[in-house]
Design a protein around this ligand. Structure first.
Ligand SMILES: Cc1cc2nc3c(=O)[nH]c(=O)nc-3n(C[C@H](O)[C@H](O)[C@H](O)COP(=O)(O)OP(=O)(O)OC[C@H]3O[C@@H](n4cnc5c(N)ncnc54)[C@H](O)[C@@H]3O)c2cc1C
Length: 329
């Protein structure tokens, strides 16, 4: 099967689910990785090290910043001359957008946020969670190329083989009519919640500790500092509920849930989060959930393997100290 894998990146920093996609691609046959951007040759080298057999490198100043039109047109142009059977991409906002645009150009379709594949000859059936993770749907794409976006951390990341290389081919960009006049980054400091093996998340509860004698915002800042300390000790990322984001305690890029990000960490620690259905759908594939909440009836306890009924301001420092001791840090 002719398999292409799109390496999604933000300003030259690869989304690690791109490497997972190479691993999935290798189960279908030899993999051609697609690297678009400007000054991104190191990503091509990394793609080889993660298992790509060929890399199509498209470098052009017009591709410095991601623009869906230019990236999708470039993908369409390449695919219409080379006719791949399948194009795998990580499930990110960027990759979803360009896959959708390119699929329309090529009269095909996109299977989104897939967590498993069944392969029969050159026909792929994709399995993906629907109805907020309550059901698994089997779905297939009738036309080719079959565009499939893969959920981050749903598939193993292949081992990196230093110095491995393959065939590097360069191609030209389709720049399109749109240019970037000004850009800004919403920014996500530290480890991204998409890639994190550990996420420590805070909800509205981080703003609730009258004994500190601080106002709501200052209390929340203190709460998220405690969360950040534990996250960084464990090499993890900071997550948040929508209530915490809406209240302005933390940027949207940290939001987990239906209208935030769907995450699959090995460990998810929810502190001061009640566990609304819209939050739970974002953590259904987390392997282990620990909840810290003052309310014994909080719904988060129904999805947590371990529950701590108590104040996060008391418990988080104890947990951090215990991990420090255990890890010898
Ligand atoms: C269309 C739609 C989409 C949505 N999308 C999302 C989404 O993507 N993600 C999301 O999270 N929500 C989403 N929501 C909002 C969701 O319904 C909830 O309102 C939200 O998740 C509540 O956030 P919370 O648990 O932090 O706050 P609350 O529900 O207010 O819970 C706070 C919790 O903190 C506990 N607590 C308080 N003080 C402490 C303390 N000191 N120590 C320990 N525990 C304490 C309380 O007991 C309580 O359980 C969405 C809603 C809608 C309608």
């Amino acid at each position: 099967m002719k398999t292409w894998v799109y390496i999604d990146h933000f300003k030259g920093e690869a989304v690690s689910a791109s490497w997972e996609a190479i691993g999935v691609g290798k189960t279908l046959g030899p993999v051609t990785a697609l690297v678009f951007g400007s000054g991104v040759e190191t990503l091509a080298a990394a793609a080889f090290e993660f298992g790509a057999d060929e890399v199509i490198l498209v470098e052009d100043a017009s591709l410095t910043d991601f623009r869906a039109e230019a990236y999708a047109s470039t993908l369409t142009a390449l695919a219409s001359t080379s006719n791949p059977d399948v194009i795998l991409l990580p499930t990110t906002f960027r990759a979803r957008e360009m896959a959708a645009m390119s699929a329309i150009d090529l009269n095909s379709g996109v299977l989104i946020d897939v967590t498993a594949l069944e392969v029969d000859g050159d026909r792929i059936t994709a399995i993906r969670p629907i109805y907020e993770g309550k059901l698994q749907e089997k779905t297939a794409c009738a036309n080719k190329p079959q565009f499939i976006t893969l959920r981050g951390r749903a598939f193993p990341r292949p081992a990196r083989e230093a110095g491995r290389s393959g065939t590097l081919n360069r191609a030209g960009a389709q720049t399109g009519a749109v240019t970037t006049v000004e850009g800004y980054s919403a920014g996500e400091s530290g480890v991204s919640i998409n890639d994190a093996g550990v996420i420590v998340a805070g909800g509205r509860g981080v703003s609730n500790n009258p004994s500190l004698g601080l106002d709501e915002k200052a209390t929340a800042e203190k709460g998220f500092t405690l969360i950040g300390e534990l996250a960084s000790l464990l090499g993890g990322a900071i997550g948040a509920s929508r209530a915490a984001v809406d209240a302005g305690y933390i940027p949207y890029s940290h939001q987990v849930g239906q209208t935030g990000k769907v995450v699959s960490p090995d460990l998810y620690i929810a502190a001061g989060i009640s566990g609304s259905i819209q939050h739970i759908v974002g953590i259904r594939t987390a392997k282990l959930v620990i909840a810290i909440n003052k309310d014994t009836e909080a719904p988060i306890f129904s999805v947590a393997r371990y529950g701590v009924v108590g104040d996060l301001f008391t418990f988080l420092p104890l947990l951090t100290a215990a991990f420090k001791k255990k890890l010898g840090k």
